[in-house]
Design a protein around this ligand. Structure first.
Ligand code: IMP
Ligand code: MG
Length: 177
C-alpha cells in the first residue's frame, strides 16, 4: 500500500531557490559568522542544503520541540525535547525550519532563544503557509509560500514517512487517490 504523491515543488526548483537564499543570507552576514539552529527533525534536510550554499563561516546546532497537547489547543505551549548543545549568547543565530504553519512552534521558539541573548536572531523557513497563521511570526527568509495543503518531502513527514523525498509533494490519501 502506498499513497499517491503529487509533486508541488520539484528538486530543481528547490535547489535553485536554496541557492538564491544562500546568496542573500551570505550577503546579509558579510564579514561575520552565522550560527544555524536547525529544528529537528524536519528542518535538517533544508539546513544541510542551505549550509552548503553559505559563503560566510557557519556553525550548526540542533533543537527538537513538540507542541503540547493536541492541535486544537491554542495555548502555544511547546515542549523542548532536545535543547541546544552550545550557548547562543552573542552569536548571530539563524533558525532554520521546514515549514511555518500556525506559527505556534516558531513563536515559542523565537521567544525562548531571544531570552538567551544572541547578538541577532533571524528565521529562515523553506515553506510558509500564510493562510494558516494564528500567531504572528516574523519570517526573514522564505523559500516558497504554499497553499493550505498538507505536504511531505524534503524533511516533512506524514506519520514519520516521506521525509527523504527529494521534492515537496502533496499526499493523496489512499481513499482520495
Ligand atoms: P506550526 O503550526 O507553525 O507550529 O507548525 C508545527 C509543525 O507542524 C511544523 O514544524 C511541521 O513539523 C508540522 N507541519 C505543519 N504543516 C505541515 C505539512 O504540511 N506537512 C508536514 N508537517 C507539517
Ligand atoms: Mg518542523
Amino acid at each position: 500500500m502506498s499513497d499517491k504523491i503529487c509533486v508541488l515543488i520539484t528538486e530543481e526548483e528547490l535547489e535553485n531557490r536554496i541557492c538564491e537564499l544562500g546568496k542573500e543570507i551570505s550577503e546579509h552576514y558579510q564579514g561575520e559568522s552565522v550560527h544555524l539552529v536547525s529544528v529537528l527533525k524536519g528542518g535538517v534536510f533544508f539546513t544541510c542544503e542551505l549550509a552548503k550554499r553559505l559563503t560566510i563561516p557557519v556553525s550548526i546546532d540542533f533543537m527538537s520541540v513538540s507542541s503540547y497537547g493536541n492541535d486544537t489547543k491554542s495555548s502555544g505551549v511547546v515542549k523542548v525535547i532536545k535543547d541546544l548543545d552550545e550557548s547562543i549568547e552573542g552569536k548571530n543565530v539563524l533558525v532554520v525550519e521546514d515549514i511555518v504553519d500556525s506559527g505556534r512552534t516558531l513563536s515559542y521558539l523565537l521567544e525562548n532563544l531571544k531570552s538567551r541573548k544572541p547578538k541577532s536572531l533571524r528565521l529562515c523557513t523553506l515553506l510558509d503557509k500564510p493562510e494558516r497563521r494564528v500567531t504572528d511570526v516574523q519570517v526573514d527568509y522564505t523559500g516558497f509560500e504554499i497553499p493550505d495543503k498538507f505536504v511531505v518531502g524534503y524533511g516533512l513527514d506524514y506519520m514519520q514517512r516521506y521525509r527523504n523525498l527529494p521534492y515537496v509533494g502533496v499526499v493523496m490519501l489512499e481513499d482520495e487517490a
